[in-house]
Design a protein around this ligand. Sequence first.
Ligand SMILES: *[C@@H]1O[C@H](CO)[C@@H](O)[C@H](O)[C@H]1NC(C)=O
Ligand SMILES: *[C@@H]1O[C@H](CO)[C@@H](O)[C@H](O)[C@H]1NC(C)=O
Ligand SMILES: *[C@@H]1O[C@H](CO)[C@@H](O)[C@H](O)[C@H]1NC(C)=O
Length: 386
Amino acid sequence: MAGKFSFVSVMGALLVLTIFHDPIIVNAGQGVPNVALFTFGDSYYDVGNKAFLTKKLPPQTLWPYGKSRDDPNGKFSDGYIVPDFIAEFMSIPNGIPPALKPGANFSRGASFAVADASILGAPAESMTLTQQVNKFRSMISTWSDDYIEQSLFMIYIGTEDYLNFIKANPTADGSAQQAFVTSVTNKLKTDINLLYSLGASKFAVPTLAPLGCLPIVRQEYKTGNDCYEPLNNLAKQHNEKIGPMLNEFAKKPNGGFQFTVLDFYNAVLRRTIRHTAFRFYVTNTSCCGVGTHNAYGCGMANVHSKLCEYQRSYFFFDGRHNTEKAQEEIAHIFYGANTNVVQPMTIRELIVYPAKENMLEFWEPNNLSTRRRRSSRDNLDLSAYY
Ligand SMILES: *[C@@H]1O[C@H](CO)[C@@H](O)[C@H](O)[C@H]1NC(C)=O
Ligand SMILES: *[C@@H]1O[C@H](CO)[C@@H](O)[C@H](O)[C@H]1NC(C)=O
Ligand SMILES: *[C@@H]1O[C@H](CO)[C@@H](O)[C@H](O)[C@H]1NC(C)=O
């Protein structure tokens, strides 16, 4: 069953790829069940929870956030964010609501993500991942066990942990870094295990972005046109642990744990380095903000932010978050690109994979750069679809 689905989608993707060079629309289409989407993490997936945890109006509820939709809606983007597009592909009308919103309709899922969330520590006016999972636990009777088991759980978190670590320990040596990464990823593992014990069984986990390339980081660490490598190194060390950790869960006999890892790190890096190939004209500074990289203060009342004229030519909307155009492209590749970007399967395949069954394929270390150089045919096939 699963094999048949992946064969069909691979053939479909190849067919389309030979015709188009741009990321293309992949419809949820036939056979995608009406399940729920649950998201956990930080500002990348927050759809408005932050406003319920702070007395002031947070910047993301103010202009120019939401500019492309004419609607500041609590999301860190000029419009939609990745989970909005994934929800759309899953035929979920109007995206998923913030879990903290009283009386919202949670029938197709909820977002538990909050801006400033971290894995470790006690973030101010925010929640740790553990607290988010406990919030899910407190609402669990909203959904049936079967429905939870068939639904998709997306988790993106860790940026806050590493930004804080580097700020507090600018001279941390290799072994101190390694120890910190291990404490972060061990806690992440505990939180995922908690979700799993509550009945979640389908997980989609992006790797962390190259944090040293965020415009706010380039600006704060004054790296000019370069990325700040200590943060990229921490992200890389973190990312290397994700696939093996999830493999371990999925290899438990009769466990039914299913997952996919989205190689967000390299998807962002490719767009940062070869930006014109992906039709982004500016990737080293933000559309909205102030400073050398226009990276600070977007949406803040006391900051006179500059706003770019055309946000769709930018990869970053503010110092840390992507434009809607970038978010849409990323959502498309997670939902339907090949194993260089998302493995062991696409999000679409993960949703239709029969619940309770163990996966037949697992995550493997990816050697995209070496593989790509080896064959020009690869170049042709993959083109801009990653
Ligand atoms: C909640 O949303 C679903 C569709 O997502 C709809 O079928 C249902 O009627 C809604 N419930 C209420 C109480 O509005
Ligand atoms: C961003 O990159 C462009 C070249 O694409 C360069 O001219 C510009 O100086 C860079 N900006 C910063 C702040 O480094
Ligand atoms: C990919 O890289 C890993 C680790 O660097 C290596 O062990 C493996 O042999 C490589 N695989 C291929 C197909 O090159």
